[in-house]
Design a protein around this ligand. Structure first.
Ligand SMILES: *[C@@H]1O[C@H](CO)[C@@H](O)[C@H](O)[C@H]1NC(C)=O
Ligand SMILES: *[C@@H]1O[C@H](CO)[C@@H](O)[C@H](O)[C@H]1NC(C)=O
Ligand SMILES: *[C@@H]1O[C@H](CO)[C@@H](O)[C@H](O)[C@H]1NC(C)=O
Ligand SMILES: *[C@@H]1O[C@H](CO)[C@@H](O)[C@H](O)[C@H]1NC(C)=O
Length: 503
């Protein structure tokens, strides 16, 4: 019987390809003869040209996918069936498509990974379905699969041996499942990226990583880990551990990660970084939202970005940061820093961004490196600025002093900032004296953006104090304009890069 069926379908396919090979089926768009997209269909259309290689059927209503839907389409390489409400893909559906490389079944209602997919498959996307378990049988024969996307399903256990057929797998996405149990050893020698964020993993055994010698990126954010897993793969470049419950970072758990460049452990409970982290290739370390009371010292010598926002830091000293000669971005906002040792950043000769907003500083730190381009001091308790604090800031372009306790500024101070482009001054109890009005005009002549907030015309209801200062402002006006015209506005030089985060 089988051969009769086969003969019949071959004849049908032959007819379809002869008669309608250059006709595009109804409700479809055929960009080239080989690429086709269909809309508002309830089944895979008939009459598809037999040489089509790319078939995009996304955003339709197709409950079941069957082998016979694709008869005669032996050149198919890519099939898109995402967001179609698919509940079932028949076993061996694509066995007559020996060139199928990419199958996209994301955002459907599948309860299982389809079985009997062709061994030519390289990319399989089944994210955002209702898959509960990974069964080895579904992956048998997929020895060319490079990318497997299983994110946002309902998988509760990751049993390593169910994936052992996938010898060429490079990227595995399992984010947003319900994985609690992880066992066995993942034997995926080509695996480059493993992403298991937002699951319920509380521990991972050393054995799990033993055969992942190519792993470069490991994403474990949003789990229940209480410690950095042991024996992480040596080749790692990126390690994400945000939003776990890790309490300490220990050099001995990580010292073997000699190529690690980015380590992110934000929003954990880290209170100590024991023995420093002497990772020779680390360039970015993110520790925001932890419980650090002191800055980690003896950190990686190549570090360029250190993010310790939102911790419980109280001071910054030379001893902590002296080894960080490559540091470019230092984020220390939202701590309780009161003490910032003079010249603490003396050795940081590449530093361009320093964020210190929301701390308890009463003055601008002295001896900041002259490479600084952006300095944020919003919401501290700074009441006066002294000349020696400004002297080194020859390249500063952005200075944020919003919400401090400043009442005055002198012309001499701003003359120390030749490259200034923006200065945020709102939210201070300014005393609008002639001097301050002069500063304002000098900055305006230099085209420094200071917003409209400094000594503006007050609303009439603000009372006597404002009326007096307004009068004074008028009285100064003429002199000031004259002064400003006389003084030579500093030459504007090329913009250097800075982080343009919220002010
Ligand atoms: C570290 O990186 C270097 C240079 O890219 C590479 O030769 C070496 O094999 C890597 N080490 C590991 C353990 O992967
Ligand atoms: C890591 O650092 C070592 C020595 O500092 C170097 O030989 C190696 O190439 C670096 N690896 C990468 C990936 O940069
Ligand atoms: C500052 O830190 C506290 C607690 O550490 C947090 O609740 C708050 O949202 C943070 N504020 C900002 C603006 O980041
Ligand atoms: C403003 O400055 C003037 C001149 O220095 C001073 O006399 C006055 O008391 C100050 N006013 C306030 C409110 O600080």
């Amino acid at each position: 019987m089988m051969w009769v069926y086969w003969l019949f379908t071959s004849i049908v396919a032959f007819h379809i390809s002869c008669i309608r090979s250059h006709v595009c089926p109804k409700k479809c768009v055929c960009e080239h003869t080989k690429s086709m997209q269909c809309f508002r269909i309830q089944a895979v259309p008939t009459g598809i040209s037999s040489d089509v290689t790319k078939l995009n059927l996304a955003y339709n209503h197709i409950k079941e996918i069957k082998g016979r839907d694709f008869i005669g389409l032996s050149d198919l390489q890519e099939v898109g069936l995402s967001s179609c409400g698919v509940e079932l893909v028949e076993v061996n559906t694509f066995q007559a498509q020996p060139s199928l490389r990419v199958l996209d079944l994301q955002k459907n209602k599948l309860r299982h990974v389809p079985r009997g997919l062709p061994s030519s498959l390289e990319v399989l996307r089944v994210g955002h379905n209702h898959i509960h378990a990974l069964q080895g049988a579904a992956f048998e024969g997929l020895h060319r699969l490079r990318v497997l996307d299983l994110q946002s399903n309902m998988i509760t256990a990751l049993r390593a041996n169910s994936l052992s057929a996938l010898v060429k797998l490079e990227c595995l996405y399992l984010d947003g499942n319900l994985i609690e149990v992880v066992n066995g050893a993942l034997r995926l020698p080509q695996l480059n990226l493993l992403s298991v964020a937002s699951n319920r993993i509380s521990s991972l055994s050393s054995a799990f990583f033993a055969s992942l010698q190519s792993l470069r990126t490991l994403q474990l954010s949003g789990n229940l880990l209480t410690r950095v897993p042991h024996d992480l793969p040596r080749a790692l470049l990126h390690l994400g551990l945000d939003r776990n419950q890790i309490r300490a970072l220990r050099n001995r758990d990580m010292a073997h990660l000699r190529n690690l460049t980015v380590l992110s452990v934000s929003a954990n409970k880290v209170s100590s970084v024991d023995g420093g982290l002497r990772l020779p290739n680390l360039t970015s370390l993110e520790l925001s939202g932890n419980q650090l009371k002191v800055l980690p010292s003896r950190l990686a010598p190549k570090l360029e970005t250190l993010d310790c926002r939102q911790n419980a830091l109280q001071e910054v000293t030379y001893q902590h940061l002296s080894g960080m000669r490559h540091l470019k971005h230092l984020f220390l906002e939202n701590n309780t820093i009161r003490h910032f040792e003079a010249n603490a950043l003396k050795n940081c000769l590449q530093l361009t961004n320093l964020a210190l907003e929301q701390n308890l500083l009463t003055s601008i730190p002295e001896g900041l490196p002259d490479t600084l381009v952006r300095l944020d001091l919003k919401q501290n308790r700074i009441s006066t600025i002294r000349e020696q604090e400004m002297k080194t800031l020859k390249r500063l372009q952005v200075l944020n002093l919003r919400n401090n306790r400043l009442s005055s500024l002198s012309l001499r101070l701003v003359a120390h900032l030749p490259r200034l482009q923006r200065m945020f001054l709102g939210g201070n109890p300014w005393n609008c004296t002639c001097e301050l009005v002069r500063v304002k005009h000098a900055l305006m002549v230099r085209q420094v953006d200071i917003g409209e907030e400094l000594c503006v015309e007050p609303a009439p209801t603000l009372g006597e104090h404002w009326r007096v200062s307004l009068l004074e402002q008028h009285r100064c006006e003429e002199d000031t304009v004259k002064d400003a015209e006389d003084s030579d506005p500093e030459e504007q030089t090329e913009n250097e890069e800075y982080y343009d985060y919220d002010v």
